[in-house]
Design a binder for this molecule. Structure first.
Ligand code: NAD
Length: 433
């Protein structure tokens, strides 16, 4: 089958619902023919180590009881304790959490931090909850996944719709249950509770570092770069702000409420002020000189140098990949590009910088926070940012070099690097009993 045939077949699949776990396994299977990992080890790598599904009862403010479904998955702990965020979103499913935990496993290995991969989530629309209900949901969920989490076992962090406040409640709940302070059980906490200065910005900062490195390698100048960012939350807004500070023009931004185009480049601080002060913290209604409203599909198809999908998975699919005009895609979100879309983009010569490399800044800084908690010795923010930059540049170097040596895409190169590192640890530790 030629790439053209595969592309056509992929387009026909466009309307089929995308299962993130199938997507992650498809990416994993691409590695097989490029490595000599034994068949038995593959069987281990294709399965999550532990997957917990819990019911999460919450008393609403009006006294009614509602029960949500929550998950925590420890995908593979061969390289260290599992690490991964917690997501509150109505689209959370067992398979989504498993996929995200798998991606965390390969990502921690690509960044070469001593962690396995985990992930958690609750299927809930948090915008329907009051602040009190959100706190009770967080504490109820924490108590029910408590047997799995721990400073040396599995360390959650923020993800979609969770933030430092949610992490603070998790630390407190775990501390009460354990009867002792356990700051290292979670990262992304408030600095006052042992959080790392720079953690909130770390994923966006990592996206910025990788974008600069890739543009330099492609002979493109950051001050000439026009960039569109899908998702204006933690990752997207920080990446946009830091890239604008580096001289890039951010000409497209979007969130769940809508997308906007500003040919002259957005004043990102102004857009952030709008989000801060608007109900629901959304871009909805954003108006400034030169800004026009566009659709989400138009944003993804903008004629830009760099597109940064920083919202959710499966945004660039077989159905819309052919419309993407960006020269480079830097994945801020986890799994924003489906394997079918990857084929189409590859044929068109689009450089796709994969999530397990480009958004690893968050977990790298989480690692720093965990180290500081264990040592009870906080670092200066400057030191954190500098070490983050060093690790991200090293990871990009390794992925780029391997991609050139093997003549494979950056995604395949990152997967080969990450999966081989995990496979080696799995082989070395052996199988209990
Ligand atoms: P967030 O909740 O802070 O922001 C998500 C943003 O995406 C919001 O602006 C939301 O409105 C927007 N959005 C949601 N659906 C959308 C849609 N259909 N179209 C356009 N925009 C949409 O979440 P975040 O922490 O920034 O995470 C974003 C992505 O980055 C997720 O895939 C997450 O797993 C990944 N990620 C996050 C971190 C981290 O440290 N927070 C680290 C690595 C990867």
């Amino acid at each position: 089958m030629t790439i053209r045939d595969m592309t056509r077949a992929a387009s026909e699949l466009a309307d089929i619902e995308i299962n993130p776990y199938e997507m992650m396994l498809q990416q994993l299977d691409m590695v097989r023919e490029h490595t000599d990992i034994p068949e038995g080890i593959w069987k281990i790598l294709r399965q999550a180590e532990r997957a917990l599904e819990v019911s999460v009862p919450v008393v609403r403010d009006d006294g009614e009881i509602e029960v949500f479904t929550g998950y925590r998955v420890l995908y593979n702990s061969a390289r260290g304790p599992c690490k991964g965020g917690i997501r509150f979103h109505p689209g959370v499913t067992a398979d989504e959490v498993k996929a995200l935990a798998g991606w965390m496993t390969w990502k921690c290995a690509v960044a070469n931090v001593p962690y396995g991969g985990g992930k958690g989530g609750v299927s809930v629309d948090p915008s329907r909850l009051t602040i009190g209900e959100l706190e009770r949901l967080t504490r109820s969920y924490t108590a029910r996944i408590y047997p799995l989490i721990g400073t040396r076992r599995d360390i959650p962090a923020p993800d979609v719709n969770t933030n430092a406040q949610v992490m603070n409640w998790i630390v407190d709940t775990a501390g009460v249950l354990k009867g002792e302070a356990t700051p290292g059980i979670v990262t992304g906490k408030a600095i006052e509770m042992g959080g790392a200065a720079g953690r909130r910005e770390a994923t966006g900062r990592g996206v910025m570092v990788v974008t600069l490195g890739v543009l330099e390698r492609l002979g493109m100048n950051i001050s000439d770069a026009r960039i569109a960012v899908q998702g204006f939350g933690n990752v997207g807004s920080v990446a946009a702000k830091l890239l604008a500070e580096q001289g890039a023009s951010i000409v497209g931004i979007s969130d769940v409420s809508g997308a906007y185009h500003c040919p002259g480049g957005f004043d990102i601080e102004d857009a952030l002020r709008h989000v801060e002060s608007s109900p629901g913290h959304l871009l909805a209604g954003y108006d400034a000189p030169g800004v026009e409203s566009i659709s989400n599909e138009e944003l993804l198809a903008m004629d830009v140098d760099v597109l940064i999908p920083a919202a959710l998975e499966a945004q660039i699919t077989a159905g819309n990949a052919a419309n993407v005009r960006a020269k480079v895609i830097v994945e801020g979100a986890n799994g924003p590009t489906t394997p079918e879309a990857d084929l189409i983009l590859g044929e068109r010569g689009t450089v796709v910088v994969p999530d397990i490399l480009s958004n690893a800044g968050g977990v790298v800084c989480s690692y720093f926070e965990w180290v500081q908690n264990i040592q009870c010795f906080p670092w200066e923010e400057e030191q954190t940012n500098q070490r983050l930059g060093t690790i991200m540049q090293r990871a990009l170097d390794e992925v780029w070099t391997l991609s050139e040596q093997r003549s494979v895409s950056l995604r395949l190169s990152a997967f080969i690097l990450g999966v081989e590192r995990v496979a080696r640890a799995v082989q070395m530790k052996g199988i209990f009993p």
